[in-house]
Design a protein around this ligand. Structure first.
Ligand SMILES: Nc1ncnc2c1ncn2[C@@H]1O[C@H](COP(=O)(O)OP(=O)(O)OP(=O)(O)O)[C@@H](O)[C@H]1O
Ligand SMILES: [Mg+2]
Length: 260
């Protein structure tokens, strides 16, 4: 990665997108100190990651890796979730309470005594998410959380992200799922070949066709629809990411006297 200058404010909720090999995973591994910059610096909550032990950063930055198998190792789901809590020195009663909460939030209670390795790919990913949520880090980073999740679980992940956002957490999610990104994030950062090619509100970024193409993305269907319509009706605003927004515009086109 080269010349990447990204600053994320406390409490922001951002999605990082870009083609395979763009550098998304590399970038987020710098935030919890798993990777250290060879040039430049990374500051997280005021800590310089080069001078801060990963164990300290891990307390503040919860990272769910792209492949959950790289972070699961305990014999049961329950022990997996309890591990970090014990490591951080929480007393037994708090560990028990938090494990229970995380099991329920991630819909895993029935698997508490099952080995994580006997679970499906989507379930394993949820175990990895649960083990991070249990210790309540201020910064939550998920690398492709929706991969392998069915529609219901994807909606649940979106709800959890909303909940974490309401609690004031900083949320960074890497995703290839453009509809998920359009529906759930206020800021989108697009990486391509190790550099940032777009950074802004989803309606601005997803209508920036050059940046989208560079990162081998397709715009959300609603934006694509608005772009097509605009070729015939220049008054259509292509910075549209919601069905409702586009419907309002079409209705106005059909009946210009409509008030809203
Ligand atoms: N440990 C490493 N050593 C050397 N090169 C690496 C290492 N890890 C990743 N790379 C290279 O860095 C580039 C970016 O990889 P990265 O894993 O960050 O991509 P990504 O954007 O997360 O892609 P994907 O969408 O496939 O997950 C790739 O070209 C990859 O081959
Ligand atoms: Mg990756």
């Amino acid at each position: 990665m080269n010349g990447v200058n990204l600053s994320v404010r406390s409490g922001e909720k951002i999605a990082i997108m870009g083609e395979n090999g763009a550098g998304k995973t590399t970038l987020i591994k710098h935030i919890n100190g798993l990777l250290k910059p060879t040039r430049g610096e990374v500051k997280v909550l005021g800590y310089d990651t080069k001078k801060t032990p990963v164990s300290l950063l891990a307390r503040h930055v919860g990272l769910v890796l792209q492949n959950p198998d790289h972070q699961l190792f305990a014999e049961t789901v329950e022990e997996e979730i309890a591990f970090a809590l014990r490591n951080f020195g929480y007393p037994d009663d708090i560990v028990k309470k938090r494990v229970e909460w995380a099991l329920n939030v991630m819909d895993l209670a029935r698997y508490r005594r099952t080995s994580p390795f006997l679970l499906s790919g989507g379930e394993r990913k949820r175990v990895a998410i649960a083990s991070i949520l249990s210790y309540d880090p201020e910064i939550v980073i998920f690398d492709e959380p929706t991969t392998g999740q069915d529609y219901l679980q994807k909606q649940k992940i979106a709800q959890i992200l909303n909940l974490l956002s309401l609690q004031g957490k900083t949320i960074i999610v890497v995703t290839h799922d453009i509809e998920f990104a359009a529906e759930n994030f206020e800021r989108i950062v697009v990486l391509s070949r190790g550099t940032i090619v777009a950074d802004g509100r989803p309606e601005d970024v997803f209508s920036d066709i050059d940046a989208i193409r560079k990162a081998r993305l397709l715009p959300p269907q609603i934006t694509a629809c608005a772009i097509e319509l605009q070729k015939h009706y220049p008054q259509i605003n292509v910075k549209t990411i919601s069905v409702d927004g586009l419907c309002q515009q079409i209705l106005k086109l059909v009946n210009p006297f409509l008030s809203s």
